[in-house]
Ligand binder design. Structure first.
Ligand code: PLP
Ligand code: COI
Length: 334
């Protein structure tokens, strides 16, 4: 499993809850991975879809834990609000995550082989609409898939000139439509030999935002962590954790501030962070033909990026005490 890619592989059970007549019905576990929809369902016609991503991992003593699932529950609510969808209550969200993990315990990868169980909570507008308006019926679901690494090598980025965000500046919302808008750009990037796109701010195109599926951070030559402050990037739970790990566990100064493209050549290290990406080092950024390289003369295992990654992954797999509330154990005997 450790060398396998980040790809969908259906697990036996998923959670399904339906919103009808203005209220959420009791959810249930289903063994059917397919959804039958009306041809004019709002999700199909107007992309009324939001989603989340989080991982469950096995600990060295065989327990199963999830990492900060309350943050996913809260962010999903924000996404729902922005997409005119009903919120899914946070306590039900947490219980549903536990249910899916427990029901699929047999396919959750073993401790320490680098793989994990990726959970994908999502919500869609299901009833037919023709005029542009939100659905009145919804489905909230969570499925899971054992996954390996998202990036299989050091990352080559290119600065992307195709705006990813939807026309209404919803880049900070985890909605399917934001990702739909990135599909052309990622296909082009891959065809040209890059692993991801680096997006700049849409207003001035002079500040670093994030990549198609992860936030970005840099390490200065004097060892500080710097990561963009922007209200048009996805508020990454991993990034929030990286900032706290750097400052509280490693004594590294961490700064969240606008990062101008003009200054990125001066940084020593660069990395991506996200649930799927975990922490992945960036080898180079191609800025319109000018190639900036990172980790020059810095052995990967001695880098600040690797030190942060080591502590974060130890916390995430239960090898090191976590800050209060970061780890949720899924009890298998419930
Ligand atoms: N930015 C984008 C565009 C993403 O898709 C993701 C992945 O969820 C992230 C950032 C990282 O967010 P998180 O750390 O909460 O997974
Ligand atoms: C995640 O890291 O959970 C993501 O959503 C990134 C990508 C797979 C869409």
């Amino acid at each position: 499993m450790s060398d396998s890619a980040f790809a969908y592989s259906p697990s036996p059970y998923r959670y399904v809850a339906r919103f009808r007549d203005g209220a959420w019905e009791e959810g249930f576990l289903s063994d059917d991975p397919n959804i039958v929809l009306n041809e004019s369902a709002c999700v199909l016609q107007y992309a009324q879809n939001v989603f989340e991503g989080l991982k469950a991992r096995r600990t060295s003593d065989g327990r199963i834990i999830t990492f900060r699932p309350d943050m996913n529950a809260a962010r999903l609510k924000e996404s729902c609000r922005r997409m005119a969808m009903p919120e899914y209550p946070e306590d039900l969200f947490l219980r549903a995550v536990d249910d899916v993990v427990r029901a699929n315990a047999d396919v959750i990868p073993p401790y320490g082989d680098g793989s994990s169980f990726y959970l994908r909570p999502f919500m869609i507008g299901t009833d037919p609409v023709l005029g542009v308006k939100p659905a009145t019926e919804y489905e909230f679901r969570i499925f899971g898939s054992p996954v390996g690494k998202y990036f299989s090598r050091m990352i080559k980025l290119r600065v992307c000139d195709l705006d990813r965000v939807a026309p209404h500046g919803t880049g900070h919302v985890k909605a399917g439509l934001n990702y739909a808008m990135s599909l052309y750009a990622i296909t082009e990037a891959h065809a040209l030999g890059y692993d991801e796109n680096l997006y700049l701010d849409a207003a001035t195109r002079t500040y670093v935002e994030e990549t198609g599926g992860a936030n970005i951070f840099f390490i200065t030559k004097d060892g500080k962590l710097v990561t963009p402050r922007s209200d048009t990037i996805l508020p990454s739970i991993t990034r929030d954790s990286v900032i706290k790990v750097a400052s509280s566990y490693l004594g590294i100064e961490a700064e969240e501030r606008p990062i101008a493209m003009d200054e990125i050549a001066d940084f020593a290290e660069c990395g991506l962070c996200g649930t799927a990406a975990v922490i992945s080092p960036v080898e180079s950024i191609d800025d319109h033909g000018s190639i900036l390289t990172y980790f020059r003369g810095i052995p990967q295992e001695e880098s600040v990026t690797q030190r942060i990654k080591n502590v974060l992954t130890e916390i995430q797999q239960g090898d090191r005490p976590a800050p209060e509330g970061w780890i949720r154990e899924v009890r298998l005997d419930n």
